[in-house]
Structures are given as structure tokens and as C-alpha cells.
Write a protein that binds this ligand. Structure first.
Ligand code: ATP
Length: 303
């Protein structure tokens, strides 16, 4: 039996003339963190809204936790948690009171104190929601999504507008969800977020999934050529090029070597440098980042 928590075939949705989803196939497995990437207007929120049961689809089959969300009832809802793009909690309730209130909606719920700790709001438990920073409010949103002990969580752009340290803290929260076995579907515009968190990603553009895979494999990234770059005095550049085979280029005083055999190329390059007493300044070895691959896939590369 498949361990798919979300299974989608041929999902279509239009708003009047606008075809927001043009036939999407998708499978998210138990315990997986899955990320939707895609430019503005690609269809991510539409897809999530259908999966959450908030939006009717035009065509296709959708199964979430074994049921069609379009007709699912209260028991199914209790198994699913959401963090929408815009959430607003009652500002005068404290963090603890907010969670106690939401916990009361569920027949079975998580411990309020444990959930506060899980999202890193322990020190703010008795603070009013209206006095939390934006990042802390978002953590409270996640806590509310978790309080019913949902098996599956939808996080729509969970860190948009966060400062870098708040984003890292939010990532820890998501990592915590992984550790307790939750399945998470998130949307994000941040490639480093997808790289850090997601087991698998799907890139949506103009209503279609144009690529899917692990962050390391997406768009043939694993097989992509490695770029070795460094600075040497002008007089040494010709020697370096002659010593190592590959696709050489240079700009701004930096030499770049593209190669499908980075181990061999580095060995030859460093052997040449040591033999000739040349320092490879600011040496870097890089593969295309997830962002490079994403920009190429979505055709939004401005360079
Ligand atoms: P973003 O990254 O900006 O949040 P998204 O990938 O979530 O974008 P959607 O919000 O799903 O994209 O929108 C997909 C397309 O459907 C867009 O062209 C959008 O303008 C259109 N659309 C979305 N909601 C509606 C609506 N309620 N009525 C009409 N058109 C809509």
C-alpha cells in the first residue's frame, strides 16, 4: 500500500478566463516535508486551497489523508492544520490563552505548554498576542495549527517578512515538526528555505509542475558541472589554463573553470599551483545553487 498522505491527479482550476492550475499531478508521502516553489501567480495558493478543502476544483482527483477534501467532514478537518498567509489572533489574549481557546475546539489536542515550547514561545507564554513581534505572531500561528495534533500541516509562506534570525528560528520549528513525524506541505519564495527544509520540492509555473525532485537533484543539479574559481596574478593565468583541462573563462580578475570532473581538476590545479609557488586566491568550488536552477527553470533569470 502506498504511504501517500496527499495524492493528486490531473488537478485543474480556473477563475473565469484565468487557468490557475492546468493539470497537476502530485504525491506527498507520510512524514515528508514538501515545498511548492514558483513565481507570483503560479498557482501555489490555489493548489493548497483545493487540498485544504477551501476551494472547489474543476477537474482531477484529489485525496488527502485518504479522503476527498471537497466532501470531508469534521473528523478529517481535525487531522489537518493550516497556517494561511494572513492570520490574525485575538490581540488581547495571551499566547497561552489563545492556545487554550483553540485546544477547546478539538476532542483530542496536544498539551498547550508543550506546543508553546515546540514553537519557541516559552518566554512569551503570558504575553498578549497583540504585543508579539511579527515573527513571534507567526510562531503563534504555527502553534494554533498544531494544537489539534494534526497529522498534516499546510504552511503558506511561513517566513515571509521575517528577519534572518527569525527565519532560522522558524526553520527549527519546522524541523521539530519533522522530528515528531508530521507531514508538511509548505510554499516559499526562498530557495535557501526549500534547500534547508524540504525533502522534495515541486516547481509550479503558470499552473503546471515543471520540475520536481529533491533539492539536490532538481533540474539535473546533481549532474551539473562544478565551477572552480580563484584569483591568480595575470602572469600565472596562462599556466593555470594550460595545466588543467576544462571549460575556462574569466571575468573581473577571476578565473573560472567549469568541469564535470571536479576531483581530477582540483587535483591537477592544486598540484600545478604548489609546483609553481602560486597562491589560488579566494578559491571557491561551487555547484549551481537551487536558486540558479529555479531561475533557469522558470525563465526568470534577469542576467
Ligand atoms: P503568490 O506567490 O503570489 O502567492 P501563487 O502561486 O500562490 O502566487 P495563486 O494565488 O494560486 O498563485 O494564483 C494563480 C493565478 O490565479 C493568478 O493568475 C491569480 O491572479 C489567479 N487568481 C487567484 N485567485 C483568484 C481569484 N479569487 N479570482 C480570480 N483570479 C484568481
Amino acid at each position: 500500500m502506498s504511504d501517500a498522505v496527499i495524492s493528486v491527479r490531473g488537478l485543474r482550476k480556473s477563475y473565469g478566463e484565468v487557468e490557475a492550475l492546468r493539470g497537476i499531478d502530485l504525491e506527498v508521502r507520510q512524514g515528508e516535508i514538501f515545498a511548492f516553489l514558483g513565481p507570483n501567480g503560479a498557482g501555489k495558493t490555489t493548489a493548497i486551497s483545493v487540498l485544504e478543502g477551501y476551494l472547489e476544483r474543476d477537474a482531477g482527483t484529489v485525496e488527502v489523508l485518504g479522503e476527498d477534501p471537497a466532501g470531508a467532514g469534521r473528523d478529517w478537518r481535525a487531522r489537518v492544520g493550516f497556517v494561511l498567509q494572513e492570520c490574525r489572533m485575538e490581540p488581547l489574549l495571551t499566547v497561552r490563552e489563545t492556545l487554550e481557546m483553540y485546544a477547546g475546539y478539538y476532542r483530542r489536542h496536544r498539551s498547550v505548554s508543550e506546543t508553546i515550547e515546540l514553537v519557541g514561545l516559552g518566554e512569551k507564554a503570558d504575553e498578549r498576542a497583540g504585543k508579539l513581534s511579527g515573527g513571534q505572531q507567526r510562531r503563534l500561528d504555527v502553534a494554533v495549527a498544531l494544537i489539534g495534533d494534526a497529522e498534516l500541516l499546510f504552511l503558506d509562506e511561513p517566513t515571509t517578512g521575517f528577519d534572518p534570525s527569525a527565519r532560522r528560528a522558524a526553520w527549527q520549528v519546522v524541523e521539530g515538526l519533522r522530528e515528531i513525524g508530521k507531514t508538511v506541505l509548505l510554499t516559499t519564495h526562498y530557495m535557501d528555505e526549500a534547500q534547508a527544509l524540504a525533502d522534495r520540492v515541486a516547481v509550479i509555473a503558470a499552473g503546471e509542475i515543471i520540475a520536481a525532485g529533491t533539492p539536490d537533484d532538481l533540474g539535473g543539479r546533481r549532474e551539473a558541472e562544478t565551477v572552480i574559481s580563484f584569483r591568480v596574478p595575470d602572469a600565472a593565468a596562462a599556466g593555470a589554463r594550460a595545466a588543467v583541462g576544462g571549460d575556462w573563462s574569466g571575468s573581473n580578475g577571476r578565473l573560472e573553470l567549469r568541469t564535470g570532473e571536479p576531483t581530477r581538476a582540483l587535483n591537477e590545479l592544486t598540484a600545478w599551483a604548489i609546483a609553481n609557488g602560486v597562491d589560488l586566491g579566494a578559491l571557491e568550488v561551487a555547484r549551481p545553487s537551487l536558486e540558479d536552477v529555479y531561475l533557469e527553470l522558470t525563465g526568470t533569470d534577469a542576467s
